[in-house]
Ligand binder design. Structure first.
Ligand SMILES: *Cc1c(COP(=O)(O)O)cnc(C)c1O
Length: 400
């Protein structure tokens, strides 16, 4: 085993994680309140308050809390009527959860490639697919090669940067498709000055430990539609129609968030704006440092975007930087700094053999070249400078 060595030598520096939760508000106080009052389970004042806090922040009428973001996606898809053998349009460059949620219903994802600068679902490819590869039949949109109905579009705001929603919504409206926004990474981000999560028919959030705010584990569906909110709430509570006789007309899920978790969520929501500011400041500092180094290209921010900057990532061009993303990953690891490549594009995933993908080369390139850097809300200037110093010291000689 080799001993990790730091640039500059000396004793081993502390391990610097990629993305940690930040707990420094009323979490203890609110959770203690649950314990003191015995309201610990899936009903309670904090659940309702957390739902209202998130819905108010996003600007939607309703919020329905769930056990996690994947469950939120699962229920959102079922709420808009996705059925077995439907197809749902999902980006190929994303964490796997939205595609899995589609499969839970027996439906199938059709993957869409990313746009090369912002790394979001490419609206041009989406449009081309619907116009060229699908036909309208009896009020349904049918994917010609599979014969299946297209049920919905599921854009994901990758790393908190918005998808280009206007053209996505325009083409979805034209083909009468529902839009489910996977805003799990996008809380705090804005598209043309409107909060992410307010664009889809329904939108989903996650409060997992690595997200901008956390409840340990948790999720939320938001929507402006009364009937969909009611349906989503119904499905998350075992589809119970009669609370006394326990009559159920459908197969539901036990997907509710507990009051304990929601209490933590309420405390975290009080800090949300401050945390977004911290993320954006961290991104700016990296951005300036990276701009001076050859072969490093940050994930872009479009002029219509205000990214939540949930995860700071850049592409590493081996021919100009002198090493590729995986070598840089290893060098950072030796310096006790955690970094992470991007997800394997889903059309390449062994979990989705043979799944159709529109394009795919852009996602493959980002997967090969991109690396995310430590960007916890609580990252100190000193910690960030440690990362920047490594990036500089590894760069081709002549620059230092
Ligand atoms: C985190 C995440 C999810 C799932 O959220 P969980 O709360 O972990 O189930 C879904 N989609 C994306 C894009 C995510 O990053």
């Amino acid at each position: 085993m080799s001993t990790p060595s730091e640039p500059g030598g000396g004793a081993a520096l502390p391990f610097l994680p990629l993305c940690e939760p930040e707990i420094r508000g009323n979490e203890w106080k609110y959770i203690k309140e649950c314990l003191d009052t015995n309201w610990v389970s899936s009903v309670g004042a904090f659940v309702t308050r957390f739902e209202n806090d998130v819905a108010n922040y996003v600007g939607t009428k309703h919020g329905v809390a769930t056990v996690n973001g994947t469950a939120a996606l699962h229920v959102a898809l079922r709420t808009v009527g996705i059925q077995a053998d439907d197809e749902v349009l999902v980006p190929t460059l994303t964490f796997i959860a939205p595609a899995n949620a589609v499969r839970y219903l027996g439906a199938h994802p059709v993957f869409i490639d990313a746009e090369p600068d912002t790394w979001q679902m490419d609206p041009e490819l989406l449009k081309r697919f619907l116009e060229k590869d699908c036909t309208a039949k009896d009020g349904r949109v049918i994917h010609r090669s599979s014969g299946r109905r297209i049920g919905a579009v599921l854009p994901v705001h990758v790393h908190g940067h918005p998808c280009d929603m206007d053209p996505i919504l325009e083409v979805a409206r034209r083909f009468d498709l529902r839009v489910i926004e996977d805003a799990t990474e996008g809380l705090g981000g804005r598209y043309r000055d409107r909060p992410l999560g307010s664009f889809g028919d329904l939108a989903c959030f996650s409060f997992n430990g690595n997200k901008l705010i956390t409840t340990g584990g948790g999720g939320m569906i938001v929507t402006n539609d009364d009937a969909w909110a009611e349906k989503a709430r119904y499905l998350t509570t075992q589809a119970k129609d009669d609370p006394i006789e326990y009559i159920h007309h459908e197969v539901g899920y036990n997907y509710r968030l507990t009051n304990l978790q929601a209490a933590m969520g309420c405390a975290q929501m009080e800090k949300l704006e401050e945390y977004v500011e911290a993320k954006r400041r961290i991104a700016r500092v990296y951005h300036e440092a990276v701009a001076d180094l050859p072969g490093l290209t940050p994930q872009g921010e479009a002029e219509w975007a205000r990214s939540a900057d949930w995860m700071y990532s850049m592409r590493v061009d081996a021919s100009r930087y002198g090493m590729g993303s995986r070598d840089l990953f290893r060098r950072l690891q030796e310096a006790r700094i955690q970094s992470r490549p991007l997800w394997q594009p889903l059309h390449r995933s062994p979990a989705y053999p043979g799944a159709p993908c529109v394009g795919g080369e852009v996602a493959e390139r980002i997967n090969r070249e991109a690396l995310s850097l430590p960007c916890s809300v609580g990252l100190t200037d000193e910690q960030q400078q440690r990362v920047v110093a490594c990036l500089r010291s590894f760069a081709p000689p002549g620059l230092n």
